[in-house]
Design a protein around this ligand. Structure first.
Ligand SMILES: [Zn+2]
Length: 89
């Protein structure tokens, strides 16, 4: 088995063992994102939630967080280069 080619860091890696979030987005993450990049998002997610004061009783907050996640993980293919400050090794 060849694993996945992470769209964010470009490395070939074993995929996440299970969907980290429910639904289609979770499937997309398993197919496109390596465990190391997912771990980075989990750190960033805490900051996004705190900074934007997101409330998970509010569906709009979930949408906002999902959008930040897609951008952070480059799921929509934005930017051919790695984001600044991301170590490549
Ligand atoms: Zn990666």
């Amino acid at each position: 088995m060849s694993g996945i080619d992470c769209v964010r860091c470009g490395r070939n890696s074993a995929p996440l063992a299970e969907r980290p979030v429910p639904g289609e987005v979770g499937r997309e993450i398993v197919e496109k994102i390596c465990p190391a990049c997912w771990a980075e998002w989990q750190n960033a997610e805490v900051m996004v939630i705190n900074e934007l004061r997101l409330n998970f009783m509010d569906p709009k907050s979930i949408d906002i967080l999902t959008q930040h996640m897609r951008e952070f993980l480059l799921l929509d293919g934005k930017g051919p280069n790695l984001p600044p400050g991301i170590p490549t090794s």
